[in-house]
Ligand binder design. Sequence first.
Ligand code: GUN
Length: 296
Amino acid sequence: MSSLPPEALANKLMSGKDVSQALLDELKGELDAMKTSGAKLPKLVVILVGEDPASQVYTKRKAKVAQEIGMASELITLPKTTTEAELLTLIEQKNDDPSVHALLIQLPLPKHLNESRILNAVSPTKDVDGFHPVNLGRLLSGDTPPALPCTPAGIMKMLSFYKVPISGKHAVVIGRSTIVGKPMSLLLLSENATVTICHSRTKDLPQACAQADILVAAVGRPEMVTADYVKPGAVVIDVGINRVKNPETGKTKLVGDVDFASVSPKASLITPVPGGVGPMTIATLMANTLALYKAQ
Ligand code: GUN
């Protein structure tokens, strides 16, 4: 347990739950107004292939939040035996359907499906994740597309909400995935941070991370980032969502990539798990859907 009293800890927490709720309320207001005016509603289609339990939870949550704010949405679940040709045909149908404004293919895909071929097939204008090469290229060149990858874009919104200074600061991102690490680094760079990307081959990872004013952990390893990785006063963003089993009780719980108990006393601000980055990702997905609708 953290040594801080509860009030002090509360002041350190970056509540993705609260910030995302504020964003969702705003979006709901806009959607309500559109409904009243008789305008066509933005529609998000989410495609899940297979039965990955975490992906099942995430996609249901996405559909539920869409429903709560009055956004049109469709969750399509396909068996894990779905062929690439079948999935490509479905994507083409959704690309051509004018009632669909945003299309998300939940990752990871089953091994037999070629991820780049599938992501390349999504129309760049409906690419709500910003994972199409055209949109990733636009992000790299500074020609910002309407929809940026949801997790990093959500983190940027949270940093802005909590008025975290970025310009001139040293940001260290642990993880180099296309979903989080790489776009996160580019977004921090675009706000004039000095950015270091660390990964599994980085030498002396704790020492590299301890240089960070802003530390983003996106590794997928439960509680890997301990106090020795953290400079006193750093802002710590935990992207991890790991389900771990307590060997004594047999019960499972969610933990991040950051060891909250040892890190929170050292950090100036920290995101909890759950209730940190996760809700921001979903709210950003909704904001992206509306942005694509407006851009089309
Ligand atoms: N799987 C985990 N995170 C994401 C995400 O942001 N988008 C998609 N499509 N799949 C994911």
